[in-house]
Design a protein around this ligand. Sequence first.
Ligand code: NI
Length: 275
Amino acid sequence: MLFETHAHYDDEAFDDDRETLLASMQENEIGLIVNVGASLQSTAAGIQLAEKYPFIYAAAGVHPSGTDKLNEENFAILKAQCLHKKVVAVGEIGLDYYWGEPSQETQKRWFARQLALAGEIKKPVIIHSRDAAQDTFDMIAAHKADGIGGVIHCFSYSAEMAQEYVKMGFYIGVGGVVTFKNGRKLKEVVEAVPVERVLLETDSPYLSPEPKRGQRNSSLNLPLIAKQIAEIKGMSYEAVVEITKKNAMHMYQIKADYDLDECRQGNILVHKREE
Ligand code: NI
């Protein structure tokens, strides 16, 4: 089974068919899904999905573009969300300088607070970083996520920087961009890092892989990404699926007694965080 490490099923793009789509995941070998938060509202919606579906987990965090809405009062709410038993990571959090706002100062302040929160509650971080390579790296290096680590989601920087993150114990999130004709940089990253450090992600509903580029994305497209990675690495598809699943279980500290047949029959699965 494939492990989808990053999707946004709370997004309105799924309002028309969310239940049907999620119900089709297991029969299509999409075993586990982490629904990633971007705001307090989307985090709450993700937690609701995680409570409803045994195979969905949630991440709780405020995306850099929403950090101007954070204050002490709602940060306390975020912390409570992070402590939910099906919340397996803090994210997505980070820095995004592409749009020029919120100010870099605001983004850094709340990135630091959320990094510290992750360290405090011992959950890994899911990092969003765009046009902010050095600042992101410096803040993570300074913080070290208190040994918990995490993933640099939708990795968009150089192979050298990917290797630096790997040295710090981080995973590299690889999604649809790796299938794009202009995705050469990410292909080089995949070549450079061990597959034991790669996580599969779609970032649904965004970033559909080829040949579905431009359409609404879903975790059902995850095999297209795994196949591309297998090709780059000269490995079998099955090995990529198996290793990246193990990577994700390890990072998210999910111990699953996973049985797809049981799941098809609708039986509740036993997933436990490692004590
Ligand atoms: Ni995302």
